[in-house]
Structure formats: C-alpha cells, structure tokens
Design a protein around this ligand. Structure first.
Ligand SMILES: Nc1ncnc2c1ncn2[C@@H]1O[C@H](COP(=O)(O)OP(=O)(O)OP(=O)(O)O)[C@@H](O)[C@H]1O
Ligand SMILES: [Mg+2]
Length: 276
C-alpha cells in the first residue's frame, strides 16, 4: 500500500511512449488466464509471416510465462540486463515462430514492484529496442498493478483481451476504466477470446461500450471508445498446443483459432502498424 502511494502514478502514454520506429502494442487484461500470452506469441508469429520484424517482450515481470508457452529455456533474461550482468543483445532470443523475444524470468519478487530502478531500466530497454523492429508486443500481467499500468503506458496502442465470462468482462471494464482515467486513453482495442459463436465478441464489446459510456470518461471529459479488433473461438487445439508448448500456428494452422489469429494479424497490420 505504502509502496503504491510512494511510487509516482504511471504518466500518460504521450509522456513516455517512444515515437518513431516500432509500433508498441500492449496486450493486457483485467482478469488473469484469459489468453494474453497465447495471443501475444501466436499474433507475433502471424505478423512475422506477414514480413514484419516483431519482438515480444514479457512484461509480466513477476510471473513471466512466455518462455513456457514457447518452450524456451533462457539463460539470460531481462533480469540480467536490469542488473548489468548481460547486454540487451544477449538477452534477445529468436522464438520458434521467427520473431524475437525478451524474456523476463519468473519469481523475481523485486520486479513485481515498480521501483524507480525498474522503471528507468524498463524505459531504457524499450527505447533501445524501438528502432530495430516494426512491432513490439508487450505481454503484460493481468489487472491494474503499477507494473502493469507502467508497461501499458509505454504503448501507443492497448489491446485488451477478455473472455465472454462475466468475471472477465467485469475486470476488463475495471481495467479500461483505469486506463481511461489515469492514462487518458481515448481508444482501446478489444479481442474477445474463447468465444462460443461468431458475432459474440462484437455484441460483448457493444455491451462494454454502453457501460463505459454511462460511467466512464477520461479526466478531460472525453469518452473512451472501444474498437473491436476480432474474436478467437474456444478451440481444443489451443489447449493442446499449449500443453505441447508449441505455437498453434505450427501445430494446427488450419484450426478455427489459428485462422482467427491470422485474421487478427491482418487487422493489426492494417490498422496499427506503420501509423504515425
Ligand atoms: N481460444 C482458446 N481456446 C481454448 N483454450 C484457450 C484459448 N485461449 C486460451 N486458452 C487456454 O487458456 C490458458 C491460459 O492462457 P494464457 O496463459 O495465454 O493466459 P494469460 O492471460 O496470459 O494468463 P496470465 O494472466 O496468467 O498471464 C491457455 O493455456 C489455454 O489452455
Ligand atoms: Mg500470460
């Protein structure tokens, strides 16, 4: 509690989001376990196939698990770069899908808190990565902790992942509300994962928008606008791929969830990449 109070609140994105170079997209959620890491890894693979230079940064600093999903066993992590033990170049590794990753290492209590050192190092690393890529995806932790909000504040675009479950939607609403009020976000992209029927995601996004319109506007009085970027159906092949620690786009490229990810990549490239 005291730490949260002593730490300056994450500032508005414009204040610290690097300009030029890679488009930084934060993939975040209110509730945990909704599919952020699965989406980050497979979206990165799909964007790579489209010819883009992509890096995924495991921004879930306390409880990283991108390495698990990609079956990587990093010897060097963000931790070593933070402490000066390794260089950034040594910590960036190639993932099976051909994209680059910067892994965080799990169980580091010191990173679950946003100290000024973590803040500065994180910012420095992101700034030096920006010129080298077209897209940087930040796979953040769930919720509204200061580490998550800080990571999101570095991104030009926020993509909130939610499932149709009421608990996930309530938490997504809470997270979007904080992003609107604290970071002056005027638009937030939404991906509804694990849908049961086509069209569900659009309807759910519409409902979320209605609640936001009634109860939330940014500090400057602007409404926050949700942009529905796509749905990913619930698909057993996703669970199987995660169990095998492989990309869905490799194990079953033709399954419904993989097709949805490819479509999402098209939308991301079209709407988010290469924009000023
Ligand atoms: N479209 C889907 N269909 C079926 N299962 C899915 C789908 N998306 C995700 N899952 C299941 O949900 C699990 C959790 O996904 P993931 O680890 O990506 O969530 P997360 O949001 O990153 O979690 P955390 O908040 O802990 O970081 C996966 O291991 C997978 O089994
Ligand atoms: Mg995750």
């Amino acid at each position: 509690m005291t730490d949260a109070l002593n730490t300056p609140p994450p500032s508005a994105p414009a204040a610290q989001a690097p300009t030029g170079g890679a488009r930084i997209i934060a993939i975040t959620s209110g509730k945990g376990g909704v599919g952020k890491t699965f989406v980050s890894a497979n979206l990165a693979a799909a964007l790579t196939r489209r010819g883009l230079r992509v890096l995924v940064l495991d921004a879930d600093l306390g409880l990283a698990n991108l390495d698990v999903v990609l079956n990587l066993h990093p010897k060097i992590t963000l931790h070593d770069v933070f402490t000066g033990k390794s260089t950034l170049d040594d910590a960036v590794v190639k993932a099976p899908g051909g994209f680059s990753v910067l892994l965080a290492g799990s169980g580091m209590v010191e990173y679950s808190r946003l100290t000024p050192e973590v803040r500065d190092e994180f910012l420095r690393i992101v700034h030096s990565l920006v010129p080298r890529y077209d897209v940087i995806l930040l796979d953040t932790g769930a919720g509204i902790s200061d580490v998550v909000l800080f990571a999101v504040s570095l991104a030009a675009e926020v993509l909130v992942v939610a499932t149709p479950e009421p608990t996930s939607l309530t938490d997504a609403y809470a997270a979007i509300k904080v992003l609107a009020m604290q970071q002056e976000r005027k638009q937030v992209r939404v991906v509804i994962n694990q849908t049961a029927r086509p069209g569900d995601g659009r309807a759910i996004t519409g409902q979320l928008q209605q609640v936001l319109d009634r109860f939330v506007s940014t500090q400057s009085g602007h409404p926050v606008r949700l942009l529905h970027l796509g749905d990913i159906p619930s698909d057993q092949a996703v669970r199987d791929a995660v169990m095998r620690r492989q990309l869905l786009l490799t194990t079953t490229p033709g399954c419904p969830a993989a097709l949805a990810i490819s479509q999402l990549a098209g939308k991301v490239e079209e709407t988010l990449v290469g924009k000023p």
